[in-house]
Design a protein around this ligand. Sequence first.
Ligand SMILES: Nc1ncnc2c1ncn2[C@@H]1O[C@H](COP(=O)(O)OP(=O)(O)O)[C@@H](O)[C@H]1O
Ligand SMILES: [Mg+2]
Length: 234
Amino acid sequence: MGLLEASNVVAGYGQTEILHGVSITVEPGEMVTIIGPNGCGKSTLMKAIVGLVKVRSGIVRFQDTDISGYPPEQIVQTRLCYVPQSNNVFASLSIRENLEMGAFTRDDDYRSRIEEMFRLFPDLAMQPGRKAGTLSGGQRQMLAIARAMMLDPVLLLLDEPSAGLSPAMMGTVFERIREVNQAGVALLLVEQNAREALRMSDRGYILVAGENRLEDAGKDLLSNPEVARLYLGG
Ligand SMILES: Nc1ncnc2c1ncn2[C@@H]1O[C@H](COP(=O)(O)OP(=O)(O)O)[C@@H](O)[C@H]1O
Ligand SMILES: [Mg+2]
């Protein structure tokens, strides 16, 4: 059994159905990327998995437990954590305070975990008192990931972590993401920078108009000429 199994997920907003029965799996320790055109439902799928959008039919299983219908705060407790694309840090709080907020449901001593995050994200360790609102886009993304990591996730969902970053910053953020995965955390990634993301991913899914289009190993999607032409910009 996979770590995460989303089967035939139907979800949407109001009268509008966006996901028409999407299925994806993530195995323990895997890195999996979802790509697809704007508006095809990638973010909606992530929100459905973490309970922010209702699963109308289908099922989401995490570690063999049916979590479809769980509220978001209960899903976080299962160590499935999610970093949304924007508004993912508290701008008026410092780096350290953001990490403390990330740990607010932990009742053990989380200070050593903060130090671990500073080792994993040296870019954050230099000025722990700096307000998140004054950070660069890349530093903010790293803080958002580190904050989610405070709860020691088994699976981390990242929605477009490299969006809007300079190429250099994008490289740094991808490098940190790879290190998070190497530390044993399974990752499900949505990315517009599809080539870079697929290069470091075990598998990828292409989603089109709320349906599965294609699923393959990351390197096989990259070397598929039709995929390159249609979804990777040639
Ligand atoms: N809160 C919302 N209310 C209504 N429609 C939404 C909402 N969020 C997204 N949508 C619509 O759902 C569709 C899929 O959006 P989204 O999942 O964000 O796509 P993607 O992440 O693949 O770009 C789009 O047509 C979008 O306009
Ligand atoms: Mg999106």
